[in-house]
Design a protein around this ligand. Sequence first.
Ligand code: PEP
Length: 249
Amino acid sequence: MARKNIAAGNWKMNTTVNEGLDLYKSLSEHDVPSDVTVIVGAPFIHLSSLVANKHDNIKIAAQNCHFENSGAYTGEISPSMLADLGVDYVILGHSERREYFNEGNDLLAKKLNAALSNDLSVIFCCGEPLEIRKAGTQNAYVAKQLEEGLFHLDASQLKDIVIAYEPIWAIGTGETASPEQAQDMHAFIRSILDQKYGSDAAQDMSILYGGSVKPANAKEIFGQEDVDGGLVGGASLKADMFKNIIDSF
Ligand code: PEP
């Protein structure tokens, strides 16, 4: 997809179905600027209610999916089920999935293929833990995540991908990467996309920053040249805060 301004919310394991629906309806009433794409990532059981109340302005994402379309995988949800329901996106490789559910790059590559073959768009997350940032090796760490998880795709498949850079030390901690730290990493990600896929593909990729984005810091972060928006956790659970973030481009 051509490069877009994107405000994506990740509700994680929060809200009841009714609370999520109220939040979705409140966002739907917002006058979303025409150059901003808004996405909400909701728990699986919320998705059918959200799809039934779907508003063109607010795209719907799942937070995970399996790599098979069906089979003996108790408790799992497949990409074909999500696509059939009318879900638009799936978030893959969130650091909480990588850390708590041992999702590695090879598994994520399989999930990515399965999502794309079901015509789901993907928000593909990457980002380094604190010890890697302290050691100054974050570029190599993120490059490896993308090379192993994403770079098996061909250039034509990138149109359905959004990359979210989320330094783990900034997720849910209240600590945000500085605008310069975000810009440096986003420019680096774009440079490795350029090397692998060429400049048109690299320039077309939307790269989101995630990690304690709030109304107070969104404008400055989104204003960085290579930052195309945010993947927002905590602040996406409050309609007023998220609307404010949507208006920060
Ligand atoms: C996230 O869940 O991806 C995230 C960035 O969370 P928070 O905004 O709460 O740091």
